[in-house]
Design a protein around this ligand. Structure first.
Ligand code: AGP
Length: 651
């Protein structure tokens, strides 16, 4: 995610903003910049690259920024527009009298861009953020204070309020204006933003680490709130524009704990970031409509909007899909295989990139080749992509890093928008990869007429509920923590399932293996009698994923086979599937992938087969938590497992 900081007070602003930005580096970024209220205008310096590159740029100017007592800063994690000087924040309006820094995704920025262009606005960057600066300027010009007196100036607060009503998506904003050098305006919706309350000075930031050097008195802004910061005052307003009185909280976190947002490790923070990451990945790609005529009617998804990849009919003509990746990304490919076959009736080959690149694969120019990589820099995955490209295939990349090598060399790029993933063990990248694969499978299924309108819309509604279901599931993490405290010493842990439950079991086994160093492996439950059962004894734990309703009886038999040989067993299955409680030692229930109305209507029934394949997005979360807590119990650092790197850029 991007990082925001801002300062207003009696001290020089720039020497406060730069160190404050450095405290946000852990969030991951590709460019940085500052804007100061200086000399009656707005003074902006920004650059692609590290904060050190920004410091170099500032150092080359004698007295850069000197005298400024208010300013904002930004570290950018690119989502829309490559990392570049122009795409770096802050962004300004046409008159360079307003500067904005932003963390989040403006989902309707293309429409706003067209609206502004039709009113003569020229854009400099490819970002979604720039529309905000132009809108504030546009509405500021519309509403002057003291109109007609010649003493007027744009009504900045009113212009910001009017701008916010036009934005769809998530934002944390800090705004300065040459017409109002004595204040910073801050606003948030879905993206976090805090205010550091000082003595004769105030700060705004994305996260606590950025302000700890100056104050521990923190106002945590709530969704929809807007704030006006002055040197000696902070005014807080709710979404209705009413003043809000709230006492600051005293934060006694140390700097390291603050970077993890109060979580003990980045991995746990990222596991809990999945509802936000899934929502950020899904929502901008759905078109919505009202479910009824009255104003209160709920919004329901009406279609998938893949504008960013222009998935034209030629992609729908593909008769085969090849997906290649490594590690967790390959496990996402394996889950995707079942989704494409179920929803788009397309045969899929999901191949480990290090195998694919050396086996001289038989490829057809019409094959749809999907390459998955969180980092976009994995050596084997890049080599596999280049091989497929050399054989004339078109490449659709699924990656989390804008500007990564994979994103620059592929023909089409779909981003997961999970935000930076810092822990070596991949969690939110995996679930957002699945979300993108489900959307692709649904879109192709609809284009190939494998799904009728009703089935397609139902699947979209089920997907739209998943971020909230993930949040509900995470609220029960203590159940998994207790189970891990009983099982962490097991020397053999197997993960099994059938179909996509087998595919997600591959990921579940890797999570435990890579951070707890327990020997763990996954197998298709139907393979039990073909060998694995020889390993089962009292020292064994078997974790089963069970969300394919038509195979529940078979899975229960598998569980009984291993229980009778002394294994401990945990099943991850849907709420209400109580038959498993008799068969296994422990059951962890996850929400069913179904639409709420249907859930009430068919409480005893199970969701139609079509949406069952969405279950791995939810069933993987208990396994992520299990691996995390086992790692802790075994005295490991879950964020930095031995022998592993976050991105394997060499063979
Ligand atoms: C997953 O937890 C591991 N860190 C590793 O398997 C990783 O998924 C693999 O190296 C691929 O990385 P990529 O997605 O960045 O290409």
């Amino acid at each position: 995610m991007c990082g925001i900081t801002g300062y207003i007070g009696g001290r020089e602003a720039l020497p406060i903003l730069i160190p404050s930005l450095k405290k946000l580096e852990y969030r991951g970024y590709d460019s940085a910049g500052v804007a100061l209220s200086l000399g009656g205008g707005v003074w902006v310096r920004k650059t692609k690259g590290r904060i050190s590159a920004l410091e170099e740029k500032l150092g080359a100017e004698e007295g850069a920024g000197r005298g400024a007592r208010a300013g904002i800063g930004h570290t950018r994690w690119a989502t829309h527009g490559e990392p570049s000087d122009l795409n770096s924040h802050p962004h300004t309006d046409v008159s360079d009298r307003i500067a904005v820094v932003h963390n989040g995704i403006i989902e309707n920025y293309l429409a706003l861009k067209e609206w502004l262009r039709s009113r003569g606005v020229l854009f400099r960057s490819e970002t979604d953020t720039e529309v905000i600066a132009h809108l504030v300027n546009y509405y500021g010009r519309e509403a002057e204070t003291n109109p007609g007196t010649g003493l007027g100036r744009p009504d900045l607060l009113g212009a910001v309020r009017r701008t916010l009503t036009r934005l769809e998506g998530s934002y944390a904003l800090a705004i300065i204006s040459a017409d109002y050098p004595d204040c910073i305006i801050a606003a948030r919706k879905d993206s976090p933003l805090i205010i550091g309350v000082g003595r004769g000075e105030n700060l705004v930031a994305s996260d606590v680490p950025a302000i700890l050097a100056h104050t521990r008195e923190v106002l945590f802004m709530e969704d929809g709130e807007l704030a006006v910061l002055r040197a000696d005052q902070v005014e807080l307003f709710n979404a209705q524009g009413e003043r809000v009185e709230r006492r600051p909280s005293h934060v006694d976190w140390d700097a390291e704990a603050a970077e993890k947002g109060g979580f003990a490790h980045f991995m746990l923070k990222e596991i809990h970031d999945q509802p936000r990451a899934l929502s950020d990945t899904l929502r901008p790609r759905l078109q919505w409509r009202k479910s009824g005529d009255d104003g209160e009617a709920a919004e329901i998804p009406a279609d998938i909007n893949f504008d960013e990849i222009a998935l034209d009919a030629s992609w729908a003509r593909a008769e085969r899909i090849i997906i290649t990746a490594c590690g967790t990304a390959w496990h996402a490919a394996m889950v995707g295989k079942y989704a494409f076959e179920e929803l788009a009736r397309l045969p899929v080959e999901a191949d480990v990139a290090s195998e694919f690149r050396y086996r001289n694969p038989i490829l057809d120019r019409d094959d749809l080749v999907i390459v998955i990589s969180q980092s976009g820099e994995t050596a084997d995955t890049l080599a596999a992509m280049r091989l497929a490209k050399k054989k004339g295939c078109r490449i659709l990349a699924l990656t989390n890093v804008v500007g990564s090598t994979l994103s620059r060399e592929a023909d089409l790029v779909l981003y997961t928008w999970a935000g930076p993933e810092i822990a070596v063990a991949s969690t939110k990248a995996f679930t957002t990869q699945l979300m993108c694969l489900y959307l692709l499978a649904l879109k192709l299924g609809r284009m190939r007429l494998c799904l009728d309108e009703a089935a397609y819309l139902r699947c979209l509604r089920v997907l739209s509920r998943i971020p909230a279901q993930a949040a509900e599931l995470l609220s029960r993490q203590d159940v998994i923590q207790r189970f891990a405290s009983r099982q962490f010493n097991k020397t053999k842990v197997f993960f099994m399932g059938r179909q996509y439950d087998y595919a997600v079991s591959l990921e579940n086994a890797l999570k435990l293996k890579e951070i707890s160093y327990t020997h763990s492996e996954a197998f298709a439950a139907g393979e039990l009698k073909h060998g694995p059962i020889a390993l089962v004894d009292r020292s064994t734990l078997i974790v089963t994923a069970a969300t394919r309703a038509s195979l529940f009886d078979k899975i229960i038999s598998n569980i009984k086979e291993v229980s009778s040989r002394g294994a401990s067993t945990l099943v991850i299955t849907w709420e209400g599937e109580t038959a498993f409680a008799q068969a296994a030692d422990e059951v962890f229930f996850i929400p069913k992938p179904a639409v709420s109305g249907e859930e009430e209507a068919e409480a005893a029934e199970r969701p139609a087969r079509l949406t069952e394949c969405f279950s791995p997005i939810l069933s993987v979360i208990p396994a992520q938590l299990f691996a995390y807590y086992c790692s802790l119990q075994r005295g490991n650092d879950p964020d930095k497992p031995r022998n592993l790197a976050k991105s394997v850029t060499v063979e």
